[in-house]
Design a protein around this ligand. Structure first.
Ligand SMILES: *Cc1c(COP(=O)(O)O)cnc(C)c1O
Length: 405
């Protein structure tokens, strides 16, 4: 591969910290995890952070903490990764899909408002079974690393009295502001609970890992207890000098805690988060500038009141101008030694959701129309200027060789 889709950027400092952790004799959740939580909370501007072994676990515990029950409705973008909706199904609750907004492909606040209003009135909503409970929450996703219109989602959450959980798996860091004069706000400081991912190819990584952050102590406490078997607070300390041998099970919890080995990687990655972000921004600029004048391609845009984390660089092919489809385009990239991916096939088009809720592709026209056009190009901190140039040249070459006839 001349340009892989992604390679993680692990420095000597992460390696040394893992070695130190291994030598310390404390491998599972312990002092490094505590420190990682404290520093992470400070970095994103939240009061509490709970380190977990995935973002999926964080989303699950977030829904549990706000009291999701069987039959409840949770609004979720159709244009997201499996995890955002599957966690709703863990409760036998119902994910209600919402279409994407055409410019950013984030969950559309207007479509969300229409959906909430229709549910309130008892009007028909695609996919909704005849028997269901109340709407309890929504989980907008900061697609690719660009934050959703947080102000509008907060206003909707307040007006309809539902919880706002954010799937921030693609951000670290990312910022938004209400207008040009307003202060920047970090992802992690704008929702009831925000969930981050440290999966291998996310903005910072611990191999596998996640974090749930909140300003509410009750939610943080509940997530912490449920992350470790429902054991009463700080059960992990029970084997340390300051801890006690005594614990109580207060609920049938889960096993979602992060190891100190993973936290060791996370601590050093977090120290480098801004530097890694600068590198991704460099790559995004190089690709954007290089592909600016290619009419067959629609580039991702950074809105003026956002700071994009550039986890992904998804382009949309203008198929009406091309003689090949997306699959052939990806084959051409591969033949030229360039890795790529697709984020995503909308969830309402996957067999499980079609079979369970009877969705059809046209229910969400923006997401359905975007899907066959999407290709995520490589973007990662270690991507060299030369590799950026290769991607630009190859994309231009493919487009030139395959005009619409
Ligand atoms: C990666 C991802 C997740 C899941 O993260 P894990 O840490 O792998 O559980 C959730 N939502 C989105 C949008 C993602 O891209």
């Amino acid at each position: 591969m001349r340009v892989p889709f992604f390679t993680p950027d692990i420095s000597e400092s992460e390696i040394q910290e893992v070695v130190d952790c291994l030598r310390s004799g404390w491998l599972t959740t312990g002092p490094r995890t505590k420190q990682f939580e404290e520093r992470f909370a400070e970095y994103v501007g939240a009061k509490y952070a709970v380190a977990l072994n995935s973002c999926t676990a964080a989303l699950h515990l977030a829904l549990e903490a706000i009291g999701i029950e069987r039959g409840d409705l949770v609004l979720v973008p159709t244009f997201t990764f499996a995890a955002t909706a599957e966690v709703v199904r863990y409760f036998d609750a119902i994910p209600v899909f919402v279409d994407a907004e055409p410019t950013t492909l984030c969950m559309d606040p207007e479509a969300t408002e229409r959906c909430l209003t229709a549910l309130q009135r008892g009007d028909k909503v695609p996919g909704l079974p005849s028997e269901h409970g109340p709407v309890k929450a929504m989980i907008p996703v900061h697609y690719g690393g660009q934050m959703v219109d947080v102000d509008r989602f907060r206003a909707l959450a307040q007006r309809f009295d539902i919880a706002l959980l954010e799937d921030a798996a693609h951000t670290l860091p990312a910022y938004c502001r209400s207008n040009a004069g307003a202060p920047w706000r970090s992802a992690g400081s704008t929702a009831d609970i925000t969930c981050f991912s440290f999966y291998a190819n996310k903005c910072i990584t611990t191999g596998e890992g996640g974090m749930a952050v909140t300003d509410r102590q009750d939610l943080a406490d509940r997530m912490r207890v449920m992350s470790l078997h429902g054991m009463s607070k700080d059960a992990w300390k029970r084997f340390t000098a300051s801890g006690s041998w005594y614990y109580e099970i207060v609920a049938p919890g889960f096993k979602y805690n992060l190891t100190d080995i993973a936290a060791a990687i996370g601590l050093k990655q977090l120290e480098r988060a801004n530097a890694l972000w600068q590198e991704r921004r460099r790559v995004a600029s190089a690709l954007s500038e290089g592909l600016l004048d290619v009419p067959e391609i629609e580039l991702p845009v950074e809105l003026s009141d956002r700071q994009h984390s550039w986890h992904l660089f998804p382009i949309r092919l203008r198929l009406e101008k091309l003689g090949i489809d997306r699959a052939a385009f990806i084959e051409e990239l591969k033949a030229a030694g360039i890795g790529s991916s697709v984020h995503w096939m909308p969830l309402h088009m996957h067999p499980y959701y079609v079979d369970t809720y009877g969705y059809s592709a046209e229910d969400f026209p923006v997401a359905a129309a975007a899907w066959p056009r999407l290709v995520s190009l490589p973007i990662f901190p270690l991507m060299t200027a030369e590799q950026c140039g290769i991607v630009v040249d190859v994309v231009k070459d493919i487009v030139r060789r395959h005009p619409r006839r």
